[in-house]
Design a protein around this ligand. Structure first.
Ligand SMILES: Cc1ncc(COP(=O)(O)O)c(C=O)c1O
Length: 376
């Protein structure tokens, strides 16, 4: 049975922009220039401007972006090299670490925001740490200036900070867009992201010209120029002209779509109670990529919503540290408190429908169900 309220429906964004998107598809097709063309160049310029950075490298997807970003800061990676990250963010940074053959180190998270706990991050520091990946999860923003000031004056002050902005396009911290807060930052434009393509796409932004040159080489085989390999461990990861054209078209709508997502989350938050509480971010400039709540009796909640025909999801059901496929691979975690909050949270988190084209009557259906649950 089709859900009365879908978790997402990307066909609605297509329909809202149908004539322009079809025009882009047909123009690119007819041009015969499908890769590394003017639309990709234009997107690179538009998106770096949007983020407040000097450079943007469009790539194939957000996981490649993380892998290439890590390779640009860890030269000749070894298993003993470590990268601090979190275990509750879907495993993308861990995937990138293992692609390089380096060891992920997991910091715990804050219970209220589900974002990295900065005290735990500091406890994870060691001379072997080569990079820190900060995920702005669910559209919330991590206080990177605080991380910087905690590192400054220590032996760790120059560890590169990579922002993973795949769930936070357009969010700001202290009026600076995410992407401009760290040393470099990665984005995914997977179709359901706040800025989504009609297929896979990603990007890396930075304001460091030397780093940008390295990134440019790494995304195409390590080429310094065509067929001339300048550095090792390059790969092929390129955004195509169709995706770039689509993203150029949708970028000007991003801020208004983010507002719509926040409005939906605000509606749901009215039903916060002892039974259910939606995450909130004291910083006003988050972007509500997902509407995530913590519920105590999640199994009962899931079957209650199923009966109501409301599609929901769990982001994420398994911590990176508990993934079977990574069981035998090297890892480390905060050795003082472990991952207590992360472990407790994955049993409670649940994501409710939240996308800009959710209809008013669908939002009402979710609110009615939340109201009913509130009094259970
Ligand atoms: C936080 C985060 N990082 C990285 C990725 C990876 O992006 P992609 O699916 O484009 O590889 C995603 C999305 O799927 C994500 O949510």
């Amino acid at each position: 049975m089709k859900p009365a309220v879908p978790f997402n429906d990307t066909s609605r964004i297509f329909r809202a922009h149908e004539s322009e998107l079809l025009e882009i598809l047909s123009q690119v097709a007819a041009s015969g220039w499908w890769l590394l063309g003017e639309r990709t160049e234009e997107f690179s310029k538009n998106f770096s401007e949007f983020c407040g950075t000097d450079f943007c490298l469009p790539v194939g997807n957000g996981t490649d972006a993380l892998e290439i970003a890590l390779r640009s800061v860890i030269v000749n990676p070894k298993t003993s090299d470590e990268v601090i990250t979190v275990a509750n963010a879907g495993g993308y940074s861990t995937t990138a670490c293992y692609a390089l053959g380096v060891t992920p180190v997991y910091a715990d998270i804050e219970p209220d925001t589900q974002l990295i706990d900065i005290d735990s991050l500091i406890r994870c520091l060691a001379p072997s740490v080569r990079a820190i990946v900060i995920t702005h999860l669910y559209g919330g923003t991590v206080n990177i200036p605080e991380i910087r000031s905690r590192l400054s004056g220590t032996r760790y002050s120059s560890i590169p900070i990579i922002e993973d902005c795949a769930q936070a396009h357009g969010a700001r911290f202290n009026n600076h867009r995410v992407g401009s807060l760290g040393d470099l930052a990665t984005f995914s434009f997977y179709p359901t992201k706040n800025l989504g393509a009609m297929g896979d796409a990603g990007a890396i932004v930075t304001s460091d010209p030397d780093r940008f040159q390295v990134l440019q080489q790494l995304h195409q085989y390590g080429w310094k120029k065509k067929y001339d390999v300048g550095i090792p461990y390059g790969k092929n990861s390129r955004m195509d002209e169709i995706q770039a054209g689509i993203l150029n078209h949708l970028l000007p709508y991003l801020d208004s779509y983010n507002l719509k997502r926040k409005e939906i989350l605000r509606r749901y938050q009215q039903y916060n109670s002892d039974n259910i509480s939606f995450l909130d971010y004291s910083d006003k400039d988050f972007v509500a990529h997902l509407a995530v709540a913590k519920v105590d009796n999640r199994d009962r909640f899931l079957s209650f919503m199923k009966k109501k025909n409301i599609a929901i999801d769990i982001h994420y059901p398994i911590l990176d540290t508990q993934q079977n496929g990574w069981k035998n691979l090297p890892k480390r975690q905060d050795n003082q408190t472990g991952l207590k909050v992360s472990e407790a949270s994955i049993k409670k988190v649940v994501s409710m429908p939240c996308f800009p084209f959710l209809k008013d009557d669908e939002i009402d259906i979710v609110c009615e169900a939340l109201h009913e649950w509130q009094s259970k």
